[in-house]
Ligand binder design. Structure first.
Ligand SMILES: Nc1ncnc2c1ncn2[C@@H]1O[C@H](COP(=O)(O)OP(=O)(O)OP(=O)(O)O)[C@@H](O)[C@H]1O
Length: 366
């Protein structure tokens, strides 16, 4: 199954331009609020009409502005799951699931409903009304209702955002299981980076109506193409840089213990420290490192080891966030490190410590 989208939607104050192709993978869409994620899904589902462009789902043209094709939403074979369940309140669980397949024979209807009730493990609650169900149960019914039509594509728009954290993780695991046996295209919109990473193989990042990155999740997180993508994917440490492939003066190289085959970046927002990096210099303007990649070091002997002052700490349930100052100080923190609480115990009373920004964890970006 494949989906190809190349559309534009013009509104007085907003321009959406989305272009991507996906095939048999969980495809995640990430972006700040108002970046156009839901509008993209609505255009694909046929609930909103692009100003121009083309949408093809498994070789079937759903929309083509030049050819005047615009298949109505009900005929697109698309299942849509919203954040707020949208179950019919006056219908039971079974009736809600049955709603989209009323045209099928009663034998086929019963078979599919039984199958979907088993999938969501709510067979014993089939006669209940939505108000008699918990939030998680309602969302499972909504998932069954979206899938009972055997859609070619499943669009999930922040499906767990109304649930508490515990239920959210539980539903996420259930969804991953359901999707393993689903052969259609899945688009998953979420604000939650970790959720996107766990559920999806590929991620598209949107910013102000535009696609600014689209790649395998590992690449997006390891080497974000721009500093906006780095920020939107949760990178807390980004600095403007000046790059030098190698220092011109060889003596200076030796003196500063910098090998010539490394690129050297001067991190202007991190107290002008000099960093060794493995990427070749290009037209990069920024350097970044994720908070959990900053490591406490025993001494200054490794690559990119620095003495850092501890400005403040914040305690989370499992880890500490430590705000650090390095290089030429300004009184403000330069870096944010995340470290497991157990590990942090060793340093918790220290005002300064050694840290390492390993070359393999630093990335250059535009
Ligand atoms: N019917 C409409 N008329 C005018 N502007 C709209 C309409 N629908 C959405 N917008 C605007 O289009 C932009 C994109 O909206 P969209 O709902 O796609 O954002 P989103 O990325 O899904 O955001 P969120 O994460 O907050 O749900 C927003 O600026 C929104 O205000």
């Amino acid at each position: 199954m494949s989906l190809s989208v190349d559309i534009e939607r013009k509104l007085p104050d907003f321009l959406l331009r989305t272009k991507f192709d996906t095939e048999n993978e969980n495809f995640g869409i990430l972006g700040a609020s108002g970046s156009g994620k839901s509008m993209t899904l609505r255009c694909i589902a046929g609930l909103d009409k692009p100003t121009k462009g083309r949408i093809v789902l498994h070789e079937r043209v759903l929309f083509d502005s030049e050819q005047g094709i615009n298949i109505p939403a009900k005929d697109r074979k698309i299942g849509y799951l919203f954040q707020n369940y949208a179950l019919f309140p006056h219908m039971t669980v079974k009736e809600n699931i049955e709603f989209g397949i009323r045209q099928l024979s009663s034998y086929e209807r019963e078979k599919r409903i039984k199958d979907k009730l088993e999938m969501i493990q709510l067979g014993n609650l089939s006669k209940r009304y939505p108000y008699e169900l918990s939030g998680g149960q309602q969302q499972r019914v909504a998932l069954a209702r979206a899938m009972v039509t055997e859609p070619v594509a499943l669009l999930l728009d922040e499906p767990f955002s109304a649930l508490d954290n515990f239920l959210r993780r539980h539903m996420e695991r259930e969804l991953i299981e359901v999707l393993e046996s689903y052969s259609g295209v899945t688009l998953f919109v979420t604000h939650n980076l970790e959720e996107a990473y766990r559920v999806c193989e590929r991620l598209m990042i949107m910013d102000n109506g535009q696609v600014i990155a689209d790649d395998h999740k590992g690449v997006i997180f390891r080497k974000p193409p721009t500093h906006t993508v780095a920020k939107l994917t949760g990178c807390k440490n980004i600095s403007a840089i000046e790059l030098q492939q190698q220092l011109e003066n060889k003596e200076q190289n030796i003196e500063q213990n910098i090998e010539a085959n490394y690129t050297v970046a001067v991190a202007m927002n991190w107290g002008n420290i000099q960093l060794k990096i493995q990427q070749l210099p290009g037209s990069y303007k920024y350097i970044g490192i994720r908070a959990f990649h900053i490591k406490v070091a025993d001494d200054l002997s490794g690559d990119n080891c620095f003495e850092a002052g501890v400005i403040k700490t914040e305690e989370g349930p499992h880890h500490m966030t430590v705000y650090l100052q390095i290089g030429y100080g300004t009184g403000k923190h330069h870096l944010q490190m995340e470290i497991y609480k157990e590990k942090w115990k060793r340093w918790q009373n220290k005002k300064s410590l050694y840290i390492q920004l390993k070359p393999e964890h630093l990335f250059l970006t535009k």
